[in-house]
Design a protein around this ligand. Structure first.
Ligand code: GN1
Ligand code: MG
Length: 371
């Protein structure tokens, strides 16, 4: 792609080696702006990721970067302690030329850079249960390696991120304000969300009562946040660490299922194509439980399916809220995009509700196998 002068000036302030040979925008994320850069130096080339952190979503980018630094350091040490090589398996920050972990541009936006994970790719739809199992292992391993991280050191980079009760309050405020004049047209979706208030606040309640512990969680476990080895398909590295915070293990399990075990894309318009694929569900669950069976409590493990329902509800609710707010948060590609996404998530949730018993049985079977 052609690089404008402003982007060029940003790139020049990071400590990249050699000369810039290629720059390509990666548009899969809904929040940050992301570029893949290639630099050539004496016949060799190296790749990097450059990102502008979305200041609307992340009000305190310095705290985001501190979390990223602490968590990647911990992951690196945990891998070394296990005799594994963290190279190409843990994100590594590239500092600016004056040694800072990030850059503030003239508009007040924050930029940071990483090594690009080599010989790897991401997928936006799961191909096979085996592939999803590998992704489950990667997120399970991530959870495991951070089990002894001093959780009080983490900043809440987006406060109340997966607090379903708070999400419901925000939603009700948006319905009441109705700034975009859309509430009447989505009365059915609003009623759908309201009917599930009680059940969907169960995780928050269990955390409050102490039944469910807080963990270091990734909080955005879409399949495209794991880099997979191009040849072996192995999950090499978990990426997108901006929302790593204290949370429930159910969030990470649930969000991965929401996105990866659906028979359709997150924004499928034809709701007849949207369902939970139980074979994919089993695949991810096996990988995740294999890695976390000894680390998580029985209550957490048994409640994993609840995580899938709650995360599907919550993201659907967030899309619907953003639609009511006039599309201020998620990047959209067409005017109805957030509504399409919300309907798709709610359809998927209905299918999960219909198959809850099967999900529970699979989880129980796999707990028995790995515990
Ligand atoms: C956003 O940027 P991306 O696509 O990794 C969002 C997640 C949602 C997801 C829905 C910081 O993630 O919470 O689950 O979209 N990230 C943030 O696709 O809000
Ligand atoms: Mg992402």
């Amino acid at each position: 792609m052609t690089i404008d002068n402003a982007l060029r000036a940003i790139i020049d302030r990071f400590d990249f080696p050699g000369t810039l040979a290629d720059c390509e925008e990666i548009v899969t994320g809904h929040i940050n702006r992301t570029y893949r850069l290639r630099f050539d130096e004496g016949g060799a080339s190296r790749e990097f990721v450059l990102q502008r952190i979305n200041g609307f979503a992340f009000k305190k980018p310095l705290e985001v970067m501190e979390n990223v630094r602490l968590v990647t350091e911990h992951l690196r040490e945990a891998m070394l302690a296990q005799g594994r090589d963290p190279q190409n398996r843990v994100l590594r920050l590239i500092p600016t030329r004056d040694g800072q972990p990030m850059l503030l541009d003239a508009q007040g936006d924050c930029w940071r850079a990483y090594d690009f994970i080599q010989h790897a790719r991401t997928v936006n739809a799961v191909d096979t249960p085996a592939q999803f199992r590998e992704i489950g292992r990667a997120f399970g391993d991530f959870q495991n390696m951070l089990a002894d991280f001093p959780i009080e050191k983490l900043h809440d980079t987006i406060p109340y991120f997966h607090d379903t009760r708070q999400r419901l309050e925000n939603f009700e405020a948006s319905v009441a304000k109705d700034v975009a004049g859309r509430a009447a047209s989505v009365a059915g979706e609003i009623a759908f969300a309201r009917a599930r208030r009680g059940e969907m606040c169960r995780i928050v309640e269990m955390i409050e009562s102490g039944e469910m512990p807080l963990r270091v969680t990734h909080n955005d476990t879409k399949i495209n946040n794991v880099m997979l080895d191009v040849d072996t398909g192995e999950g090499l590295c978990v990426i997108d660490l901006d929302t790593v915070m204290a949370g429930s293990a159910l969030y990470d399990f649930g969000d991965a299922i929401r996105f990866g075990a659906s028979t359709a894309a997150e924004d499928e318009r034809d709701l007849g194509r949207v369902a939970l694929d139980l074979e994919l569900f089993r695949g991810f669950t096996e990988g995740f439980i294999e890695k976390t069976a000894r680390g998580l409590t029985q209550v957490e493990l048994e409640n994993l399916p609840l995580g899938a329902l709650v995360m599907t509800f919550e993201v659907g609710l967030r899309f619907l809220t953003d639609y009511l707010d006039g599309d201020v948060y998620f990047r959209i590609e067409c005017p109805e995009h957030n509504l399409v996404r919300a309907r798709c998530q709610f359809r998927l949730l209905e299918d999960m509700e219909a198959h809850r018993a099967e999900m529970d049985a699979i989880v129980r079977e796999l707990i028995g196998k790995y515990r």
